[in-house]
Design a protein around this ligand. Structure first.
Ligand SMILES: Cc1cc2nc3c(=O)[nH]c(=O)nc-3n(C[C@H](O)[C@H](O)[C@H](O)COP(=O)(O)O)c2cc1C
Length: 200
């Protein structure tokens, strides 16, 4: 399997270094226990006033093939070029107003992101990986799954066992093995004042 461990400049938790976003997936199902584990990890994310605004439509290719095909049909052409191999497709949806009082929740997307980051880290810890996607038609997904107003389809997630890069078309295989890049800490940390960028 492709080794994509993050070349971190400082030691980070092994599971965070192990997480990456493959486009090649093995043609085998995700065991129920593993799927439950990654969803449980999402469940334990922090959220604003513990509102837990996340919702996930989960479609397993072998068990919910029709829903899997419907989610696949919502993806952009680029993502359709590889994501159909994933044995599980997931649509992440944020409830936009607080359950307790109906007020708008400015942090709903943030909380869905935190839950999905937990899901991704747990997947990596379980020998799986996810690939998150913004490239999908949210209006089409809303219609296809009768998602009511007040719920925002925000991200599609491909989940499975990462497969060999060689299984992909050439251009995608090259991306699968390209060096992993990140900005240095000193570019996004502002020490004590906006604009005082620098590493601690
Ligand atoms: C919200 C979000 C949307 C993304 N959308 C897409 C997408 O539509 N297609 C795609 O191929 N990758 C997508 N990605 C994957 C990113 O390109 C990837 O996370 C980034 O290049 C860093 O690579 P890594 O996850 O392997 O560390 C998305 C990631 C996130 C978090």
């Amino acid at each position: 399997m492709t080794d994509r461990t993050a070349p971190a400049a400082h030691p980070i938790a092994p599971v965070l270094a192990a997480r990456w976003s493959p486009r090649s997936f093995e043609d085998r199902a995700v065991p129920d226990a593993a799927l439950a584990q990654v969803l449980e990890a999402a469940r334990w994310a922090a959220s604003c006033v513990n509102d837990q605004p996340w919702n996930y439509i989960v479609a397993r290719k072998d068990r919910e093939p029709e829903a899997h095909a419907r989610l696949f049909a919502c993806l952009s052409a680029n993502n359709q070029g590889w994501a159909g191999r994933a044995p599980v497709l997931i649509l992440g949806i944020a409830r936009t107003h607080f359950a307790a009082n109906g007020n708008p929740n400015r942090h709903a997307a943030y909380d869905l992101g935190q839950a999905t980051a937990n899901l991704a880290a747990q997947a990596a810890a379980t020998g799986l990986q996810v690939h998150q996607m913004a490239g999908f038609d949210a209006a089409k997904a809303r219609e296809a799954f009768a998602i009511p107003e007040g719920f925002d389809p925000l991200v599609m997630v491909a989940l499975g066992h990462p497969g060999p890069a060689e299984a992909l078309p050439e251009a995608l295989a090259a991306r699968e093995t390209a060096p992993r890049m990140r900005k240095p800490i000193g570019e996004f940390v502002h020490l004590g004042a906006w604009g005082s960028t620098g590493a601690p």
